[in-house]
Design a binder for this molecule. Structure first.
Ligand SMILES: *[C@@H]1O[C@H](CO)[C@@H](O)[C@H](O)[C@H]1NC(C)=O
Length: 145
């Protein structure tokens, strides 16, 4: 009887360790974050950037980039040990509007960004910032401020 109890306890321990490591497996993924300028030109010339985008986390600055229509701003990130990875962006539609948005947060994105090549797909549009899980259908998630 004593032996059975020990074996049961050991099995329990092994299963909880396995569960723990599988739960945290997203640590290994490299996420690709894409933010695409899909703003209309309206009356601005096509060879002049109509969007200024600046994305960063607390300790990594991706830099401010002037973007032409159709251009993609992209970087990679892994999820940190404490699951607190957070990237946010400031977008300025030149001469018109601005908005800040979170481009990657663990709770919201660790699963949904795995469905399409480990990518978070964002699109900056006339009415706001859109997200896609498949690079095909898009949903607005942030309006301009
Ligand atoms: C998303 O789709 C567009 C075409 O609609 C394509 O040009 C682009 O390369 C795709 N992006 C990724 C990261 O696959």
């Amino acid at each position: 009887m004593g032996n059975l109890k020990t074996v049961a306890l050991q099995l329990l321990l092994v299963f909880s360790l396995l569960h723990l490591s599988f739960a945290k497996i997203n640590w290994f993924y490299n996420y690709h974050i894409h933010v695409r300028n899909d703003l209309p030109l309206l009356n601005s010339p096509p060879n002049q950037p109509n969007l200024l985008l600046h994305c960063r986390s607390k300790n990594k600055d991706i830099g401010e980039k002037p973007m032409l229509k159709g251009q993609d701003y992209t970087w990679d990130t892994k999820i940190n040990f404490f699951h607190t990875t957070l990237f946010f962006c400031n977008a300025r539609w030149v001469g018109r509007k601005r908005v800040s948005f979170d481009a990657f947060t663990v709770g919201r994105d660790e699963k949904r960004c795995l469905t399409y090549h480990n990518s978070c797909m964002w699109s900056v549009r006339e009415d706001g910032i859109y997200f896609s899980e498949n690079n095909a259908t898009w949903e607005i998630e942030y309006g301009w401020q």
